[in-house]
Design a protein around this ligand. Sequence first.
Ligand SMILES: [Zn+2]
Length: 244
Amino acid sequence: MVNAPVEQQERLLKVQEADLAIQRAERTLRSLPEDIALAANAEAIENAQRTVVLTRAEVSDAQRAVAKTDDEVQAVRARAARDEERVAAAGVSAKDVQALQSELEVLARRQGELEDVELEAMERLEAVQSAADAAVVELEKLKEDRENLERAREAAAQIAEESIVAARLDREAFGAGLDPALVKLYERIRDAQGGVGAAALVGTTCQGCHMTLGAGDMAAIRSAAPEAVVRCEECGRILVRTGA
Ligand SMILES: [Zn+2]
């Protein structure tokens, strides 16, 4: 049986409080919501970067398609202009004029078709260009979000770190001069019992496990010397008799 002055037993409850505060702040630091948001943001940025690359490639393809049909339209126009010059020239036979005119009809149809194709290509270019622009805007927005999240994360981490420092100072102050045997017992129980090694006895209830102690256990506790370190029969934690 470990013995410790009543004052030390009472101080153990303050040590317990400080240990719980350290645990809470460390848990907060490990699971900052900003870290989860930053991971999601990083994934979104990767996706957005892929979309930017893809839509830029689509813009290049569409630009090439527009240029190609435009070249074809220009070639047909040039051919038609040459034919018209020849029709108008002096000394062309009636047979040649007829041949040239039927070619001009074919060229006019072809030009109409190509102009439709070109219009479609230009519309497609416009659509993929606006998709590419939107992708860039989205990526910029996500990068801005990242900066804001990083700032928020830093602020939250700083608060948690300050809480840890403050709780460790409390732990040191309350734990100063405690009997090493008492501390050893407390820490062994604390580590085995989910972080709580010492609890107050309030009335007949252990504040560690919240069980009500039986009459026999209570009688044994009451008859124990004040310096005797008593334990809860239910959970094994150190019971501090606070008089409450
Ligand atoms: Zn208990």
